[in-house]
Design a protein around this ligand. Structure first.
Ligand code: NAD
Ligand code: KPL
Length: 303
């Protein structure tokens, strides 16, 4: 069964190359004819791992091609996911399976609504990769990817292919809890690093702010039916701040590079959920206002 991979950026390339190296059939789905030509000119996809570069010339195609897709790895940003899947929807074969690698929450529901007959498997990953050139990706941090399906407990038959590809993963019956937990960690850390202009470790100078946000986030998680995700949130945020002290958060890096953030799927999603439950979270809501003002000053999208 072919793995079609849409989103040939950091994480998509990392998955595509590892799957292909394991001998599994992979086809890249590129945005338009210009990107396809650029890919061909680059001679393939390059992964840099422990300072060694390996280039693989994987077959590539356009979303507008007509061959059916049975299995799709969707590895674009959350704000691109729905449109990307809408464009591919006519190609999805009966019983198609999608693996959604987006961070945060909100994009998965939007995708699932576009393809009601497909199985959507949600993922939450702590692996780290970045692009240091066109079609060139650096494997920056080992991590783990949780996969799960909120509508079915049984794992897909192909999970062993990830094992073969050396992609560290686990199947969980409660992927939403994992996604909420990661969203809460990202909400407690990332916006503050942007507003204070600091590495994750710099938040050790702002313990009261971190504590207030964690208390509000834990209350929100419980109200949203995610008590496990709320458990010891503040302690874990403290551990992540320490363990990643030297790193800049992903949102900090996006803002510094003038890239659109995934704010609507992280802090924006949390505040919208609070509003739906008529829950007033003054610190979280103030943080969203400040972050949007910060983005507006830099001419970056507010969603
Ligand atoms: P990225 O920006 O590096 O790559 C996304 C790619 O998708 C880009 O190449 C873009 O051109 C492509 N794309 C967008 N719309 C498309 C379309 N319609 N057709 C074809 N291609 C399209 O993003 P990333 O860093 O790999 O992140 C992907 C998701 O994974 C995000 O939600 C991110 O938060 C999450 N994530 C990333 C990392 C990481 O280390 N990079 C770690 C954990 C989670
Ligand atoms: O996931 C992260 C990110 O930077 O996006 C961490 C390191 C957990 C900080 O929230």
């Amino acid at each position: 069964m072919t793995w079609h991979v849409l989103g040939i950026g950091s994480l998509g390339s990392l998955w595509a190359i590892r799957l292909a190296r394991a001998g599994l059939p992979v086809r890249l789905v590129l945005r338009d004819a210009d990107r396809l030509a650029a890919y061909r000119a680059a001679g393939g996809l390059t992964l840099v791992e422990q300072s060694r570069a390996q280039r693989l010339d994987l077959p590539a195609e356009l979303a507008t091609d007509e061959s059916p897709i049975q299995r799709l790895l969707l590895a674009c940003k959350a704000y691109d996911a729905e449109a990307a899947v809408a464009a591919l929807a006519p190609r999805l074969a009966p019983g198609a399976e999608l693996v959604l690698l987006q961070n945060g929450l909100g994009s998965q529901d939007a995708v699932a609504a576009r393809v009601p007959l497909a199985r959507c498997i949600l993922a939450s990953s702590t692996e780290g990769a970045f692009r240091d050139g066109d079609f060139r990706v650096v494997f920056a941090g080992h991590g783990f990817t949780w996969l799960g399906d909120p509508h079915a407990i049984a794992p897909p038959a192909w999970l062993n292919e990830l094992e073969r590809a050396g992609i560290p993963h686990g199947w969980t019956p409660d992927i939403l809890s994992r996604l909420w937990r990661k969203l809460a960690l990202n909400c407690a850390i990332n916006p503050l690093t942007v507003l204070h202009g600091c590495r994750n470790g710099g938040l050790a100078e702002h313990p009261a702010q971190v504590q207030e946000l964690c208390a509000e986030l834990a209350g929100l998680l419980r109200l949203c039916g995610q008590p496990d995700a709320a458990q010891d949130l503040h302690d874990e945020v403290g551990r992540v701040i320490q363990a990643t002290a030297a790193n800049y958060s992903s949102m900090y890096q996006d803002v510094a590079a003038g890239r659109r953030t995934e704010i609507s799927y992280l802090l924006g999603y949390a505040c919208a959920a609070a509003e739906r439950h008529r829950l007033v979270l003054p610190h979280l809501q103030a943080l969203l206002r400040q972050l949007r003002a910060h983005l507006a000053e830099r001419g970056l999208p507010l969603d």
